[in-house]
Design a protein around this ligand. Structure first.
Ligand code: MN
Length: 261
């Protein structure tokens, strides 16, 4: 099994080193990651200039790239044939709920899926600085055993709690509450400036990623790229299908395709 490892924390992150080391027990590993930290880079790609990579001395074959996490996965997969899966992490800091939208860690996993590969994002809560990756090792191995060899797992977001996990919970993404906040302050010259920061969310919904991690469990959330609101699509197709208005009552309960025939 060929495993491409990346993340947005930058090539020298201890989280990447730890994940590469654990992944090497399951297959052939190569690291391709941004040369500097690109956290919250989301799914941006570099299309206005060429990308460069440099060989980097890690325990496994590794390259640092002057690009985004998504760039690194696209470049890594183009230059290494037959990659089976992309692992992105282990990110220093959770990627829960709405932060999935901003996350460079999750974007690297999404980029894998766009390329027809499988992608797993892995993050760990860091309320007190750098986590103990040595202590986390058995939990990471446990998760990789669940995800690596089962092709049903296409795109997955994994979050480890702070400290030894109590176990694994399969969860859904929490989207009801948003933790992004713009804080106004003044710079040393007295000019107002605005800082996008994270406001803590204490309320959690049962069964969500945040709920599980806050209770000390490892959260595994299967994701998908299709953002279509299928309920609204169905309603719109019914309402605006040719002839739908005239025969709406008569055809209630049928699909728009049936209506338009
Ligand atoms: Mn990061």
């Amino acid at each position: 099994m060929r495993i491409l490892v990346s993340n947005d924390d930058g090539i020298y992150s201890p989280g990447i080193a730890s994940l590469a080391e654990i992944a090497a027990e399951f297959g052939e590993v190569r690291v391709v990651a941004p040369d500097v930290e690109r956290s919250s880079a989301g799914h941006s790609i570099t299309a206005s200039r060429p990308l460069y990579w440099k060989r980097t001395p890690l325990k496994v074959e590794a390259y640092r790239v002057d690009g985004t996490p998504a760039d690194c996965v696209a470049l890594g997969a183009s230059q290494w044939k037959n990659v089976d899966i992309v692992l992105s992490g282990i990110n220093l800091g959770s990627n829960l709920g709405n932060s999935i939208w901003h996350s460079g860690t999750v974007a690297a996993a999404k980029q894998a899926v766009l390329l027809g590969l499988r992608g797993v994002a892995l993050s760990v809560a860091t309320p007190e600085g750098e986590p103990d990756f040595e202590e986390l090792k058995p939990s990471v191995s446990e998760v990789l055993k669940i995800l690596l060899f089962d092709p049903e797992w296409k795109l997955v977001n994994v979050n480890f709690p702070h400290g030894p996990p109590k176990g694994v919970r399969f969860t859904r993404q929490s989207v009801r509450l948003y933790d992004g906040k713009v804080v106004t302050a003044k710079d040393p010259m007295g000019r107002p400036h605005f800082w996008f920061t994270v406001a803590p969310i204490t309320e959690t919904e049962e069964g969500t990623d945040r709920w599980a991690v806050n209770r000390g469990y490892t959260s595994i959330t299967p994701l998908r790229l299709d953002l279509t609101d299928t309920e609204q699509l169905r309603r719109a197709q019914q309402r605006y299908a040719p002839g739908a208005a005239a025969s709406q009552e008569a055809t209630a309960g049928t699909t728009s395709e049936q209506v338009s025939k």
